[in-house]
Design a protein around this ligand. Sequence first.
Ligand code: ADP
Ligand code: MG
Length: 279
Amino acid sequence: MSEHGGSGLRKETTADPAPGPEILVEQLHKSFGDNHVLRGIDLEIRQGEVVCVIGPSGSGKSTLLRCVNLLEQPSGGRVFVGGSELTHPDVDIDAVRRRIGMVFQQFNLFPHLSVTENLALPQRRVLGRDKAAAGRVAAENLERVGLADKAKAFPASLSGGQQQRVAIARALAMGPEVMLFDEPTSALDPELVGDVLAVMRMLADEGMTMMVVTHEMSFAREVADRVVFMDDGVIVEEGPPAEVIGNPRHERTRHFLARVLDPAAAQVEEGMPPVDKRP
Ligand SMILES: Nc1ncnc2c1ncn2[C@@H]1O[C@H](COP(=O)(O)OP(=O)(O)O)[C@@H](O)[C@H]1O
Ligand SMILES: [Mg+2]
């Protein structure tokens, strides 16, 4: 058994014996003008589950994540987080959003604020914590991501990997129930990717519910409980990583994986008939 995610341990230690899904997406549609980007997404993510979303550029992965915390307004369908319907007209969206942490490809730290101040500001603004409490929670979470020694540093003095870990700590300092990651390592130099993935693996092991859009197939294989392959606004297949990545059932999945896992093999594959994406 792997010492990292994938073991059933963290689920068995869950306090609630029969929790509903932490994230529930029902028949989600999203259009931008006449561009029908999400075409009926159904997805359930249990408490403590780590789901990696993979798929080609433009398939709607970011739009799906952004609909799950209402950064985008869905055109149709329903989204629930922790049992609350985000898509209900009377929802207190700020209250629901506090339960959801989001980490983007770009770190979006304030350059004129120290690392501690970057973590403290949203706690004070959104949660109303006083300076001392916000500072304490900031310190705890910097420790978690291995950056306690950078508390007084400014973002520009940090590497991209360290800045992304600060961004993760900033999200964690809000005490989210769910963390959404949109290609968190895509903007990093290859040698800095590992430290960020290590922090994400730690969160997974701690039982955080996570939805991760990534091209890091080895991370998905090792840490994900489930992999979802999206193409052209639909979920083509989903299942355990050993199945979806190791032994995909659909030609579209195989085609995508060939390109991601082995660009050289994809060249050979160019000789094969094109994948038919449209009905
Ligand atoms: N805010 C937006 N306005 C208009 N079109 C958008 C917007 N966001 C995404 N799209 C379009 O939606 C499609 C899917 O984009 P996206 O969700 O970013 O895909 P992915 O993350 O899988 O690369 C693309 O055609 C993109 O141009
Ligand atoms: Mg994207």
